[in-house]
Design a protein around this ligand. Structure first.
Ligand code: MN
Length: 713
């Protein structure tokens, strides 16, 4: 185990400005916090954070990273709290330690391979600061080095799988190839010990026969190219056991056929030189058929460019050779991020958004003189537009930023969304409109009796949730129209003394452009056609003279009690007319009249639920319509149901909008109130439906308004 002074000396050697006092305090704090805890290896637990700090110092990381390495397990595994860390080491260290602690907590949740990409994104999104990720990777590297001591095989396998699927690829992405190779190789050994052993054995054998083959091949390739006047860099290395094994798997070949356990790269200045080098290699050595691929003239979709070939090369070895320009080499090594170094036209096209943070990192690396300078405030912005949340089973879902439990429910399954009544976030019941955060565990509570609420549409963030809610609301409306239409048609037939059969209706579906009987009911329910039109279609001989006499402009009293002209056709002269208080019909609405004994006629909108109460009394129904020529300018009261955010100024905003469009609020009643919003019924005096529609559209466009609907009961 590295001694305290050794670690401090090492950090000071490359970072003279490091806070020696803080390093010393962190060493002691960690030692005391871990106390007599032991590792599975039997070593004192404290040796682990010291080793992690050692690995980080090997990367010449700044003092804060080293201190975080020393403290990284104190909050998770000892009685020390984040508050203690903050008091002793300040906000920055506390933030870093907290970040690593949070990452450690998510690793226990699930090991499903198909979610690996989401896990990698979650780790990146939660890291926020590149140093959090670096400490986590160093932590994982040391845990992999001591993995053999873990007795529980299941646990070993899980850690190895996680390393293979999440941490090794992340190390690769941030360009730490050595860590990536070691993580991958150790995980490979745990997950497939037999394969690892046989590949390693074979490599040892080849090595024992050939000596420093890699070095000899490099030298000869270099000489061959130089003789042809090509200025080229040649590099090469033995492939790792894991990459060799993976190639065997992928190509379904045995070790004997596996020729190229060494890979060589030739980097030249220009594209023409790539092809000249290729010519020289092919002229000098025997080509292995089927290995040639030209990704220079046509790049791989991820932007990778290189010429690949295989030859029986120097020392009679089958080798793989990649030829590319130095720029292409950078791209291959550092990903698309390297384009930043070559600000040439066209390069930007392959530059994905997800590489932006990496590019910035490289940029800082390039220009910073001190290690701290580049690490300080290097935020990982990757996936900042997404949140990653777990189901109780540990399944991981990627959702857009701003997503709510309703989005989560629909992401799980549309049925879960449709029956969602509430949600627990991290074990606590939370409102459905709560915005989820990275790593939240979301438990959706469902009830068979629940149906989606149209108000959800105002806060969901995913297209899937929105589409499902809309589809549901539409189908609800349709089923209401079908029910109403069925009653209207049945009533009309009964009233006129004709028999109504499904078969008869099927015969006239085409007349109404309908495919099914329910469609026909729906168009009648919606008011596009009347029950009588259906009757006349089925029985063309039915009498058409039974419509009530049309008497426009009947004098009557309206709801407000004012004497006024009622612009309605279809009434019998002298009848008293009321506008129903349940549905508040407006000129423009489709309406029906119901004869009320002793009161005259009450006008309802055709979709008013009250009408169901008169279903069995066809004699009371009157076909009426608005007088389209009405010029009395009379005001009518319409009632709307508004859901509005519960915040200062909301009501004022609503009344302003209504007034601006010429409406006059005659009554207002709050019917429900929650922390988030309240529901209000507003009576608005308008001249007709058109004006009301304008007002409702204006309200919908108002920020504080969630939804607006005509009140129907
Ligand atoms: Mn640890």
């Amino acid at each position: 185990m590295m001694r305290q002074y050794e670690l401090v000396e090492r950090v000071k050697s490359y970072d003279p400005g490091a806070d020696e006092d803080a390093l010393n305090r962190a060493y002691v704090f960690s030692m005391k916090a871990h106390g007599s805890q032991l590792r599975a290896s039997g070593d004192p637990y404290f040796s682990h954070p010291v080793e992690v700090a050692g690995i980080l110092s090997g990367m010449k990381l700044d003092g804060a990273s080293i201190i975080t390495g020393l403290l990284h397990d104190t909050v998770e595994d000892t009685v020390a709290t984040l508050k203690d860390v903050r008091e002793m080491f300040g906000d920055e260290i506390a933030r870093l330690v907290d970040g690593v602690t949070k990452l450690s907590q998510i690793e226990l949740q699930s090991d499903k391979s198909r979610q690996a990409e989401n896990f990698r994104k979650l780790v990146l999104a939660m890291s926020e600061d590149i140093r959090v990720l670096l400490v986590k990777l160093a932590d994982r590297l040391h845990n992999m080095r001591t993995l053999d001591y873990v007795k529980d095989e299941e646990k070993r396998k899980r850690i190895a799988r996680e390393t293979m699927e999440i941490y090794a690829p992340l190390a690769e992405r941030i360009g730490i190839r050595d860590w990536k190779d070691e993580l991958e190789d150790r995980a490979f050994r745990e997950l497939n010990g037999d394969a690892h052993a046989s590949v390693t054995k074979r490599l040892d054998f080849l090595r024992s026969r050939g000596g420093d083959l890699v070095g000899q091949v490099i030298a000869e390739l270099h000489r061959t190219l130089a003789e042809s006047g090509l200025k080229a860099d040649v590099s090469g290395r033995e492939k790792t056991p894991y990459s060799i094994w993976r190639k065997m798997q992928k190509k379904n070949i045995g070790f004997e056929q596996l020729s190229d356990i060494m890979a060589f790269r030739i980097a030249v200045d220009t594209v023409e030189d790539c092809y000249r080098a290729l010519g020289v290699i092919h002229a000098s050595y025997r080509v292995v058929p089927g290995r040639f691929k030209d990704y220079v003239s046509i790049a791989k979709p991820n932007g990778y460019r290189s010429i690949h070939t295989g030859v029986i090369g120097p020392q009679n070895q089958r080798i793989e050779i990649q030829i590319r320009t130095r720029e292409m080499h950078e791209v291959a090594e550092y990903g698309v991020a390297a384009h930043w170094r070559y600000k040439q036209a066209g390069a930007a096209t392959t530059e994905g958004k997800q590489y932006r943070w990496l590019r910035q990192l490289l940029e800082i690396l390039e220009h910073a003189s001190e290690p701290e300078e580049f690490l300080e405030h290097t935020k990982l912005e990757m996936f900042s537009d997404q949140v990653f949340c777990f189901s109780p089973k540990g399944d991981l879902y990627a959702l857009p930023q701003g997503a709510t439990p309703v989005d989560f429910a629909y992401a799980v399954h549309s049925e879960v969304g449709n029956t969602c009544v509430g949600a627990k976030v991290n074990g606590r019941i939370m409102p459905l409109r709560t915005q989820l955060r990275n790593g939240d565990q979301v438990d959706i509570i469902t009830s068979k009796a629940q149906t989606p609420s149209p108000t959800w549409e105002s806060f969901v963030a995913t297209g899937k949730a929105r589409a499902c809610i809309r589809r549901f609301v539409r189908s609800q409306q349709r089923s209401q129209y079908v029910t109403l239409g069925r009653e209207i048609v049945a009533k009309t037939f009964r009233q006129e003394g004709y028999e109504l059969t499904e078969k008869a209706l099927k015969g006239v579906l085409k007349n109404f452009d309908c495919g099914e009987v329910d469609d026909l009911y729906a168009v009648v329910g919606e008011g596009q056609h009347t029950g009588r039109e259906v009757l006349w279609a089925v029985f063309p001989g039915a009498r058409k003279d039974r419509q009530p006499k049309v008497v426009p402009l009947t004098r009557a009293r309206n709801r407000l009690g004012k004497d006024m002209a009622v612009p309605i056709r279809g009434l019998i002269a002298g009848m008293a007319v009321h506008f129903a208080g349940c549905c508040h019909p407006l000129p423009g609405d489709r309406i029906v009249g119901i004869v009320v004994t002793g009161k005259g006629v009450t006008i309802h909108t055709i979709d008013c639920e009250t009408l169901e109460g008169f279903a069995e009394m066809p004699e009371r129904w009157l076909d009426v319509s608005w007088d389209v020529d009405d010029e009395t300018g009379a005001m009518h009261v319409g009632r709307i149901h508004v859901v509005v955010a519960n915040e200062p100024g909301s009501l004022a905003a609503i009344s302003t909008v209504i007034g601006r469009d010429g409406g006059n609020i005659s009554n207002l009643k709050i019917i429900h109130r929650s922390i988030d919003f309240f529901e209000i019924l507003i009576d608005v005096e308008v001249t007709d439906l058109k004006q009301m529609t304008n007002i409702m559209a204006a309200l919908r466009a108002t920020r504080v308004v969630n939804s607006v609907e005509r009140a129907r009961s």
